[in-house]
Design a protein around this ligand. Structure first.
Ligand SMILES: NC(=O)c1ccc[n+]([C@@H]2O[C@H](COP(=O)([O-])OP(=O)(O)OC[C@H]3O[C@@H](n4cnc5c(N)ncnc54)[C@H](O)[C@@H]3O)[C@@H](O)[C@H]2O)c1
Length: 257
């Protein structure tokens, strides 16, 4: 079950945290993983590690916010054969309320977390249509559907990811393309560590504990746990699943009573 043997996969932001877990899990299941990353050194290292472990991977330096860069790389990958799976995972964090979020920060979050997803969809979908189908998985967040403190821009962007998921799932039903999203609560990744360092200097351990406890299950998720759900949703076994957002939140949304 859940074999990805022979599948070609694109994972954006695939060299760190959740994306890294997805790249490694998918490669272990037999996929050829193309990592589209801003961080060249990390991406090369991850691809080399996957190859060392007997898998197939290639690193590509891409800023998902730049459509020309995305197009160049995705079109080149498509010349080698069909692209079966696209995982739109790259994303950045932001803290602020509507009145404390600068125009510059709002634009940046839009460029990466919304336009980055659109760019990859816009460029990859024609290849999937031409190949007779495909699977798309978008990384949303509980922030898409819950009112979180100080997450104005981030929540707006993840709400857009959620809506884009439904829109794409509907528009490409007849082209045999499935599209779903995952909405994690906190996952322990460099994204969280960086966020704590930047926003709570000197209080990282205390805040880590506090953030862990906001999940009723008492901890943050591990990246591999998100990778396992991603594997299911992108596998042939999930052939009946489309237009769905999957909470993976340690009870955050339904059990915080
Ligand atoms: N960690 C969490 O608690 C959490 C919770 C819910 C959702 N998410 C979402 O999961 C995704 C991954 O988060 P993570 O925690 O693994 O983050 P991370 O910071 O560990 O990894 C993100 C990766 O994306 C890459 N990246 C950033 N901007 C990019 C760009 N413009 N182009 C290409 N690559 C870019 C970074 O280089 C990095 O390797 C994000 O979309 C995030 O919003 C994370």
């Amino acid at each position: 079950m859940f074999s990805l043997k022979g599948k070609v996969v694109i994972v954006t932001g695939g060299a760190s945290g959740i994306g890294l877990a997805i790249s490694q899990t998918f490669a272990k299941q037999g996929a050829f993983v193309h990592i589209l990353e801003l961080n060249e050194d990390l991406a090369q290292q991850v691809a080399a590690d996957i190859i060392k472990n007997g898998g197939l991977a290639q690193a590509h330096v891409v800023n998902v916010a730049d459509q020309a860069q995305v197009r160049k790389v995705v079109d080149a990958i498509a010349t080698l054969g069909p692209i079966n799976i696209l995982v739109n995972n790259a994303g950045i964090a932001h803290i602020g309320k509507a009145h404390t979020t600068s125009e510059e920060d709002m634009d940046k979050i839009y460029q990466v977390n919304i336009k980055g997803v659109y760019n990859c969809l816009n460029v990859t979908l024609p290849h999937m249509i031409g190949a007779g189908g495909g699977v798309i998985l978008n990384m949303a967040s509980i922030a898409a559907t819950v009112g979180l403190v100080d997450r104005f821009a981030y929540s707006a962007a993840k709400g857009a990811v959620y809506s884009m998921t439904l829109s794409v799932a509907r528009d490409y039903l007849d082209q045999n393309i499935r599209c779903n999203s995952i909405s994690p609560a906190r996952v322990h990744t460099p994204f969280v560590d960086g966020f704590l360092k930047k926003n709570y200097p000197g209080k990282e351990a205390e805040m880590f504990e506090k953030l862990s406890k906001t999940q009723p299950i008492g901890r943050m998720a591990k990246p591999d746990e998100i990778g396992a759900l991603a594997l299911y949703l992108c596998s042939d076994e999930a052939g009946f699943v489309t237009g769905c957002d999957y909470l993976i939140d340690g009870g955050f949304e339904k059990l915080n009573t």
